[in-house]
Design a protein around this ligand. Sequence first.
Ligand code: FMN
Length: 292
Amino acid sequence: MIQATYISTPMRPMSPEDLMQILNSARLNNIQLGVSGMLLFTGSEFIQILEGEERIIEKLLATIKQDPRHGNFRVIEKKQITVRDYADWTMGFKRVDKDDLRDIPGMNKFFDTDLSGEIDHNKLKLINNLLNHFRNERKKKNIHEELSLDQEDKFIFFLHSMIRFAVKVLALLMMLTVLWCVLDVVVVIYKEILSLPITSLGKSEILHVFGSFMIVLIAIEIFINITLYIRNDVIPVKMVVATALMAVARKIIVFDFHDVSAIHVIGTGLLVIALGGSYWLLEREFKVHSDT
Ligand SMILES: Cc1cc2nc3c(=O)[nH]c(=O)nc-3n(C[C@H](O)[C@H](O)[C@H](O)COP(=O)(O)O)c2cc1C
């Protein structure tokens, strides 16, 4: 993969509608091309960073260069990457003005810098700092902030701290449950298999052992779920679906088909398809966003 940055000058004043038009077609195309990046508009320059497969980025740069809405198109940096910096954005956008940069150290001279000519090392550094700044700003906004401790209101901060503490207690209890379940597996294996002569080992004993193993795995999944709640950068939805899928799968493994009705089996089958489909969609969504 490569990451390429270019700078260009709009050929006419850009209205919000003009910018929306560029962004809409960029986002639509980029999602299909597996391209991510960010576009900054300063009023007098476009600065865009694009990342994706080298062949695709080269072709896209050639297309964008031909676009009559801008000119003085200069690629100012191109480098190989293995991990995307803008994985979450088919095309992030920020209209940058002086107020945005006033309080950012080293950035207040940005609007006094002439970017119409050659971009030397210092100007490139300034542009990269600007891109990084807005990337970090957007990342902060995107993170899962349900239990954020970054709260100005002291009471909300206190409540969030309490919930975080409760989650830690739950995690500890869940860990004890996991250990208890492991002990149960040992007891079940001993009772159902080791203590019996091999000839008397039946289907129900084996199912019982499998069932106790699955319970440990589910307990571990639930433990991971709980701990994910106290991280800020993860939305545990994929894990919740995986846990549900495992719980239903466990039921299926230990089904005794003499006892369960046909409708029960069909219902469970539909549930597996629904959960499997949801998991697949989530997995696909995560891949599009973080194709690394
Ligand atoms: C500043 C600027 C940035 C652009 N960025 C992208 C982009 O990231 N991806 C993209 O497909 N097109 C981008 N475009 C638009 C392309 O130049 C071109 O119009 C578009 O790819 C044509 O796609 P369409 O045939 O689907 O409309 C950009 C245009 C401008 C002026």
